[in-house]
Design a binder for this molecule. Structure first.
Ligand SMILES: [Zn+2]
Length: 483
């Protein structure tokens, strides 16, 4: 596939260090609160990327951290500790908060058909490794102790800003904004690897270290967790675009300094979900969660569909009206799929191959998910039988994960249950899904039975069975359903 690489600012052919295998890392959630649907947009797009790579035939080892320590309110190591803030808000311990919101995150992911990565590692479970890497960075001259904390020395790098072409002053605003300068830092871009002294006297989680009792900075966890579970050569690192600086920039700094060679080849950044008043965030009162969508009667997969309709490198504007439009289109799509019969002959392998090739090319062009959705409609319009359509749709859904056939089956069952009892000639009633051709066969069978022509009645039953229809006799008529 071709993928835009934030590190080179170019769309490039996707390549991996080991042919056929992708080492993939995703920055996981900071588990101090529910994820809002803007956060989840990133995870949806990363999920599609992973599944597309698998669809192309790659083996993927995907690793994700869970931040349960060290992430301060500002990504530039200042402000309140997010976990502590969550614990205070709910009057619980930090670990209780971590456990609760980790479970909540994966519940949301499940509702959105987001696969759980092969490795999910909470930061607090790997403190010894962090200490080892921080020690290594000090030994190699890339880190220093000051005021009781350990800092990464960005002046030792040939190039610190890897994602942006802007000058340093522009970028440094992000670091300085609303934040007092840390006097221990030798330069403003240096960042904390290990805290022993911070302004939080009541930091809940602390560990012993060569530099005193303390806790790790946020950035070090991703480098360490990835190096442990992905190895030294990372193929693909994902995250929201707001993590590019300083978080990912710092990850690269410390990983390459520690390893002594280039670390991650491709960087995939998903852009923001915006509301009409700007970027969605937890602090702005527009705190939209998956549960809230459900409470309002939306299928979470309608939100996934909404996300897939636009490109991951463009900001997406959320409004209830936009979600309504997506939910309506998703519902219509499911309705059309539900109308496909599963029994009109064999799969046309040649036609299926051509449709799949088009899907691979379209979605493989920088993960163009909206073209992937268009491919679904192309399948529905294609001059092939329904069995082929269903087979190809199921295949594309391995990537898009919209539960297309499952939702269609649910819809069919619902409609079957609601189907009116049709009055048939001869005083019989036939209850089914409102298909006149099937109704007619069921009626013929009942008439054959009435005439004691049991061989003919059995023949028709077999014919219906071959079409996937099961008939049950009831007093005064019959009920049929697709099985
Ligand atoms: Zn990270």
């Amino acid at each position: 596939m071709y993928l835009y690489n934030s590190a080179t600012h170019k769309k490039e052919p996707f390549v991996t260090h080991t042919p056929g295998r992708v080492e993939m890392y995703t920055c996981g959630p900071t588990v101090y609160h529910f994820a809002h649907i803007g956060n989840l947009r990133s995870y949806i797009m990363e999920d599609v990327l992973e599944k597309f790579l698998r669809y192309e035939g790659y083996e993927v080892n995907r690793v994700m951290n869970i931040t349960d320590v060290g992430h301060l309110a500002s990504d530039a190591d200042t402000g309140e500790d997010k976990m502590l803030k969550g614990a205070k808000r709910e009057n619980k311990t930090v670990m209780d908060i971590a456990r609760f919101y980790t479970d909540a995150f994966f519940d949301d992911c499940a509702k959105l058909n987001i696969k759980t990565p092969e490795v999910v590692q909470p930061a607090t479970g790997l403190i010894d490794e962090f200490i080892q890497v921080v020690s290594g960075l000090i030994d190699k001259g890339y880190a220093y102790e000051a005021g009781g904390n350990v800092y990464f020395d960005t002046s030792k790098l040939e190039r610190y800003y890897v994602f942006n072409d802007h000058d340093e002053e522009d970028l440094a605003v992000g670091v300085r904004e609303g934040v007092e300068e840390d006097v221990n830092k030798r330069s403003k871009n240096d960042f904390v690897l290990w805290f022993t002294k911070s302004k939080f006297e009541d930091q809940a989680l602390k560990w012993d270290s060569p530099w005193g009792v303390g806790y790790p900075g946020w950035h070090i966890e991703c480098s360490c967790i990835s190096m442990k579970f992905n190895g030294e050569w990372l193929d693909l690192h994902c995250g929201g675009v707001d993590n590019a600086f300083p978080h990912h920039t710092n990850e690269i700094a410390q990983s390459e300094a520690y390893l002594g060679h280039p670390w991650c080849k491709q960087w995939f950044h998903v852009h923001h979900l915006n509301t009409n008043s700007g970027k969605m965030s937890k602090s702005k009162g527009e705190f939209l969660t998956v549960s809230l969508l459900e409470e309002k009667g939306y299928d979470p997969l309608a939100y996934r569909f909404f996300c897939l309709q636009s490109h991951y490198r463009k900001g997406l504007v959320f409004s209830w009206e936009n979600l309504d439009n997506a939910a309506g289109a998703y519902g219509k799509l499911i309705r059309r799929i539900a109308a496909l019969t599963g029994t009109d002959g064999p799969v046309d392998e040649e036609a299926a191959k051509q449709l799949k090739e088009k899907f691979l090319t379209q979605v493989g062009n920088d993960l163009n998910t909206s073209m992937g959705v268009t491919c679904l409609y192309d399948v529905l319009k294609a001059p092939v039988n329904d069995v082929t359509k269903r087979s190809v749709l199921a295949s594309f859904d391995q990537v898009l994960s919209l539960s297309l056939l499952e939702r269609a089956a649910v819809l069919r069952e619902k409609e079957a249950a609601q189907a009116k009892t049709a009055a048939a000639p001869g005083g019989f009633t036939i209850q089914g899904e409102g298909d006149p051709a099937i109704d007619a066969l069921v009626l013929q069978r009942m008439e054959a039975k009435k005439a004691k022509n049991f061989a003919e009645a059995d023949r028709i039953r077999d014919e219906l069975k071959a079409q996937g229809i099961e008939v049950t006799d009831v007093p005064g008529g019959a009920v049929w359903k697709r099985v």
